[in-house]
Design a protein around this ligand. Structure first.
Ligand code: ACG
Length: 527
């Protein structure tokens, strides 16, 4: 066993104690691709009624049971009328896509979720629409007020520096010619997704009425797609423009005026330096996803890369943006399935990532299926990141549908299914269920207080302390990212006894030594 001796304990970093008083800071979210979650009518496409049927898997509303995940927030990927399989190009902002069900089905889903104490946020894709929406058709035909709902210009602005906002390309990548109107329109993603023009007051008012429409339906907030790109007034401001940031301040003020508990989480896929521009001292977005965390946490689980994980946290804690601003996740619908990156079948590694996700400061988001180890499906398209949920080992369908699935499940092998993992202790699903409860039952894990413990040069062991705001509840997480076992000396452990929150045992460490198998961890609560 490789012995790492840590004689002098140095607590690397201090507290980040801006405690947030809102429901989402205590919540654990679950991102769902409706098309792939559960099909209730056998057409091979997941739907709203299917999700309603499966809510008890997510949270049965009874704190006494332990056969549910007990998440308390759901993020639905786009459900509005759209011509694509993913729905990120909206044809009608006021209608549910008929493949997913009716408005009544949606209202029933919301009611059933709320009954169980689950909040629901919708993916709000308002940087762009589809080009089939009547807004765009009317804009092409210069019918007011839609004429300026999109950004139009006479010429292709060559030589001004226009490009794809996240890098690459040129003016013709984002300015597309429409021969009917005889002008070019701006579309950051492609010509089928024309950007909405936020310089138009009529458009801004329309977007607010879209938000109010869904808030009045009982929606608890929104995930804001491509939140960086709303304004594009010049080639040097295609992303993170001051006008865009001001819009999010105004929009958050508006949605809070409709319902003060509305939560806005932004997709701002860039470096943390840029992400924090959207905080605006608490007046901007409520949260933004932490893409750096998603990268680093996988590095620990896969390779034991602990140095940049700790440095990442040092920088985050030291800066003036509270950790409650960052929504943590391991992977989402745009990134490779975490298990495929970390190592398919290596459940211990995936569990290590889940421990760091669920014991860190910041609201955690699960991507559906990560809790059972769904890995990348067949094919190179984004669909392979979004394959059907694996409920059981029924050949070809994994219990997702009684029909032909819109896309093949990544696998139907029972090891990777809910039905297998739900019945056995020690499975990944069992670990997620326990870790979510540990987070909910122990306030220190929902605080912003974290202190990393130096485990020695080149160590692959992460160790940190979590305390609640009045310092009464203290827990330690020690995670070994190495394949080799490790023994570390944490001298402060010798002076108390501890509850191992995962196993339920009570332990003492009289010599301050903690032994960890490869890719294993301990969550120790000071008694
Ligand atoms: C959102 C949605 C996505 C959706 C759209 C369009 C936008 O989540 O599902 O696609 O409505 C960029 C944008 C994001 C956008 C993605 C798809 N996501 O910023 O808003 O494109 C870099 C950039 C990112 C960039 C990414 C693109 O930083 O900003 O995202 O590249 O791949 C490392 C690097 C990191 C780098 C990544 C990836 O992690 O650190 O910087 O990100 O590698 O290279 C929808 C559909 C799609 C369809 C699209 C047209 O879902 O399937 O293709 O529409």
């Amino acid at each position: 066993m490789k012995k790492l001796t840590v004689v002098l304990l140095t607590f690397l970093i201090g507290f980040n104690t801006v405690a947030a008083e809102n429901w989402w800071s205590d919540a654990v979210f679950y991102e769902i691709f409706v098309r792939s979650f559960y099909d209730s009518d056998g057409d091979g496409v997941g739907d709203l009624n299917g999700m309603t049927e499966k809510l008890d898997y997510l949270n049965d509303g009874d704190p006494a049971t332990d056969t549910d995940l007990e998440i308390d927030g759901i993020w639905l990927m786009p459900i509005f009328e759209s011509g694509s399989y993913h729905g990120y190009d909206t044809d009608d902002y006021y209608a549910i896509d008929e493949e997913y069900g009716t408005m009544e089905d949606f209202e029933a889903f919301i009611a059933a979720a709320h009954e169980r104490g689950i909040k629901v946020i919708l993916d709000l894709v308002i940087n762009h629409s589809s080009d089939d929406i009547d807004w765009f058709v009317n804009s092409v035909d210069r019918i007011d007020p839609y004429t300026d709902f999109y950004s139009w210009r006479d010429d292709l602005p060559v030589g001004e520096g226009w490009k794809v906002p996240w890098g690459g390309g040129s003016a013709s990548s984002v300015w597309h010619y429409n021969k009917t109107r005889g002008q070019y329109f701006y579309g950051a993603f492609w010509s089928g997704m024309p950007d909405l023009n936020y310089d138009s007051e009529a458009l801004r008012e329309e977007i607010k009425s879209v938000a109010k429409f869904w808030l009045d339906k009982g929606v608890d907030g929104f995930r804001l797609d491509a939140a960086r790109y709303l304004y594009e007034l010049s080639a040097d401001a295609q992303a993170d423009a001051p006008e865009t940031i001001q819009w999010w301040i105004d929009f958050n003020e508006y949605v809070k005026s409709v319902n003060e508990d509305t939560m806005l989480v932004g997709e701002v896929w860039t470096e943390s330096e840029n992400i924090k521009k959207y905080y605006q001292d608490g007046k901007g977005l409520d949260m933004c996803f932490d893409f750096d965390f998603a990268s680093y946490v996988k590095g620990v689980a896969k390779m034991g890369k602990t140095d940049n994980y700790v440095e990442f946290w040092e920088e985050k804690i030291d800066d003036d943006t509270p950790d409650s601003f960052y929504a943590l996740f391991i992977a989402n619908h745009d990134t490779m399935r975490a298990f495929s990156y970390i190592g398919e079948g290596k459940f211990d590694r995936m569990e290590l990532a889940a421990v760091l996700l669920l014991t860190s400061p910041g609201t955690p988001f699960l991507y559906y299926g990560e809790e059972i180890g769904i890995y990348q499906g067949e094919g190179t398209g984004d669909q392979a990141k979004r394959t059907p949920m694996q409920w059981n080992s029924t050949p070809d369908t994994a219990g997702f549908t009684t029909g032909t699935p819109w896309y093949d499940p990544a696998t139907t092998e029972s090891t990777y299914t809910v039905s297998f993992q739900t019945h056995y202790p020690g499975t990944l699903l069992d670990a997620y269920r326990k870790l979510i409860r540990i987070r909910k039952d122990n306030p220190e894990f929902r605080s912003l207080n974290i202190e990393f413990i130096d485990t020695g040069e080149d160590s692959k062991v992460i160790a940190f302390q979590r305390t609640d705001d009045d310092g009464a509840e203290i827990s330690y997480v020690v995670a070994n990212g190495s394949l080799e076992s490790a023994e570390i000396e944490l001298s402060f452990l010798s002076s108390a006894s501890f509850a191992d929150l995962m196993s339920g045992t009570t332990n003492t460490y009289p010599d301050g030594l903690v032994a960890l198998d490869g890719k294993s961890y301990l969550i120790l609560k000071q008694l």
